[in-house]
Ligand binder design. Structure first.
Ligand code: HEM
Length: 113
C-alpha cells in the first residue's frame, strides 16, 4: 500500500510537471496554445489525485475533504480551459495564464493548507 501510494505521489508530481512545463516553455511565445502535455497532465492529476484520496481513505490517514474539494474544483476549471482550447491553433494569453496560475494555486493549496 505504501509503495502504491508513493508511486501515485510520483505520478502526481509528473502530472504537475507536465502542465507547468508546457506552460513555462511558452512564456516568450507571441501566441499561446494548449499543448497536449497540458491535457494529459491535467487528466493525470485527476486520476492520481482521486486514487490518492481512495488509498488514503482505505488506510488510517485523515483526508481533509474541504481541501480536496477545493483542489478538485480548481482542477475542473483547468480541465474546462484545456479541453476547450486543445483543438485550437492558439488561445488568448489570459487562458494560457489561467492554466498556469490555477495549477500553481493547487500547488500552494497542497503545500500550505
Ligand atoms: C492541477 C492539479 C493539482 C496539482 C498541481 C496538485 C499538486 C499537488 C502537490 C504538489 C502535492 C504534494 C504536496 C506535499 O507533498 O506536500 C499534492 C498532494 C496530493 N494531492 Fe494534489 N494536485 C492537484 C490535483 C489534485 C486533485 C484533483 C486531487 C484529488 C481529487 C489531489 C489529491 C492529492 C492528495 C490526496 C495529495 C496528498 C499526497 C501526500 O502527500 O500524501 N490533487 N498535490
Amino acid at each position: 500500500m505504501d509503495f502504491a501510494y508513493k508511486t501515485l505521489v510520483v505520478l502526481h508530481f509528473i502530472g504537475l510537471a507536465s502542465i507547468i512545463g508546457a506552460f513555462l516553455v511558452q512564456t516568450r511565445a507571441s501566441t499561446k496554445r494548449i499543448e497536449p502535455a497540458m491535457w494529459h497532465g491535467a487528466l493525470t492529476q485527476l486520476v492520481t489525485g482521486l486514487l490518492l484520496v481512495g488509498l488514503a481513505e482505505m488506510g488510517d490517514a485523515d483526508v481533509d475533504n474541504i481541501k480536496i474539494g477545493v483542489k478538485l474544483l480548481v482542477l475542473v476549471a483547468i480541465l474546462v480551459l484545456v479541453a476547450r482550447g486543445r483543438k485550437k491553433a492558439s488561445v488568448p494569453t489570459g487562458v494560457w495564464g489561467a492554466v498556469g496560475g490555477l495549477t500553481v494555486l493547487n500547488v500552494v493549496i497542497a503545500v500550505f493548507w
